[in-house]
Design a protein around this ligand. Structure first.
Ligand SMILES: Nc1ncnc2c1ncn2[C@@H]1O[C@H](COP(=O)(O)OP(=O)(O)O)[C@@H](O)[C@H]1O
Ligand SMILES: [Mg+2]
Length: 422
């Protein structure tokens, strides 16, 4: 398999390099727990993170951001591809490191999670939580541990008075400060921040973002900032990587993406407002219609075509799309008796009755399905109680290099995307 192209990262030193990373989770079924398929949580992602920069990794809930963040920080093994980390000037694959180097990598790459309640042990005092990495790595003798922890707390806007308290005695924003202090303890080079402010009120969110900015400037830290909310990283990230269903659909400099997104998904994310009424501070994104398809069976062509307002006949229409569109129509597939599938693009659907077959064939020609999907039909043949459906077969849409180091995977060129969204 060809590895996907990467956004350019020539100007300064690459700290961490992600090459064609895949993470598939097996789906097991039945008493024998046979593997029936795979959730393709991350499906061939490549990009670099340079020293001192912030890369924003954005996309809706379920698109694979957390999984990728965990692979990057070595918490989860990839099922394909590789992550390389710059250890003393050499990019080394993180799952092949020997003891000392593995230790050096783990110290240098820390993670902060969204849910500070789950990630901070409720039975431990702040002193123990923030001091633990120092003790594990023998960084502080018991004598100066307290002072080192106080120093760290002060860097995140807390202080000595917080040493002997438990996590539940703090607000959400303060708990996130504790998580950040712990992440800073070993003086890392990069922190993977997984939705670090998504559970916080907007004003508290801004304070944490400011804190992260200040710490970055002081320490030349790199961040991989994972979020479903593009507006959060707009002013934080130097570059953006936009993911949809396990794949990168657009990447490039934040400013240039905001000035003119090349992928309709990015455009939809920009127009969307995370739902603030939602209890979970909104991982649902308003303004994007339809549900995210099953990552175990991602759509053909462009994975976003099932929800894309600008979809064309060559975006990957397949037999499953007919079902996706029409399954909610009463009785449409009730009398389906068999499916003979030649490919994703071609199948013969058999029904109990000729009426049922005729009903489907009519519906496919009706206004109920998108015009682009109808235009993509190569054959639609009603033969008694069978309907033969064939779409033009297309390959998966690849990321292509655009001007200014941008990457995007859309069959439309940027001018068309801009014109269609007027
Ligand atoms: N341990 C796991 N086992 C099986 N599926 C998983 C596991 N972790 C995540 N997934 C699936 O992988 C996909 C990506 O999940 P995740 O990385 O959490 O996305 P995000 O952080 O973007 O919301 C989802 O469909 C999720 O259900
Ligand atoms: Mg997540």
């Amino acid at each position: 398999m060809n590895s996907a192209p990467k956004p350019e990262s020539a100007t300064s030193e690459v700290l961490l390099s992600i090459s064609d990373v895949q993470k598939y989770y097996p789906i097991r079924e039945g008493a024998l727990q046979r593997v029936a398929g795979h959730v393709r949580a991350v499906d061939g992602v490549s990009f670099d993170i340079r020293r001192g920069e912030t890369v924003g990794l954005v996309g809706e809930s379920g698109c694979g951001k957390t999984t990728l963040g965990r692979v990057v920080s070595g918490l989860t093994d990839a099922t394909g591809g590789a992550v390389h980390y710059n250890l003393d000037g050499t990019l080394s694959q993180i799952d092949h490191l020997q003891d000392l180097q593995a230790r050096q990598f783990r110290r240098n790459c820390q993670m902060v999670f969204q849910d500070s309640f789950a990630s901070l042990n409720p039975r431990h005092l702040v002193l123990d939580i923030v001091g633990r990495p120092l003790r594990v790595y023998n960084e502080a003798s018991s004598g100066d541990l307290v002072e080192r922890v106080v120093e760290l707390l002060e860097q995140v806007g807390l202080g000595r008075q917080h040493l002997y308290r438990y996590p539940h005695q703090f607000s959400g924003g303060q708990r996130q400060r504790i998580s950040i202090a712990r992440a800073l303890a070993l003086n890392p080079e990069i922190i993977v921040l997984d939705e670090p402010t998504s559970a916080l009120d907007v004003s508290v969110q801004a304070q944490i973002l400011n804190l992260l900015n200040d710490l970055q400037a002081e320490r030349n830290l790199a961040y991989l900032f994972v979020t479903h909310d593009l507006s959060v990283v707009r002013h934080m990230a130097d570059r953006l990587v936009v993911m949809y269903l396990g794949k990168v659909c657009e990447a490039g400099e934040t400013q240039s993406i905001f000035a003119a997104p090349h992928h309709p998904y990015t455009r939809a994310l920009m127009a969307a407002k995370p739902d603030l009424d939602d209890d979970r501070a909104g991982e649902n994104v308003k303004g994007l219609d339809g549900i995210v398809p099953d990552p175990a069976r991602p759509p053909q062509g462009c994975r976003f075509h099932t929800r894309c307002e600008m979809a064309t006949p060559v975006c990957g229409w397949e037999v499953d799309d007919v079902v996706r569109w029409l399954e909610d129509e009463p009785g449409m597939f009730e009398h389906l008796s068999g499916v003979e599938r030649q490919s994703e693009f071609n199948a013969e659907l058999a029904f109990d009755s000729e009426e049922a077959a005729a009903k489907l064939s009519m519906a496919i020609r009706s206004e109920s399905v998108p015009a682009a999907m109808k235009s993509a039909l190569k054959r639609l043949k009603l033969d008694g109680h069978k309907v033969d459906i064939e779409f033009e077969a297309v390959d998966e849409v690849q990321l292509t290099a655009r001007d200014g180091g941008r990457l995007a995977s859309c069959v439309l060129d940027p001018d068309e995307v801009a014109a269609k969204s007027q």
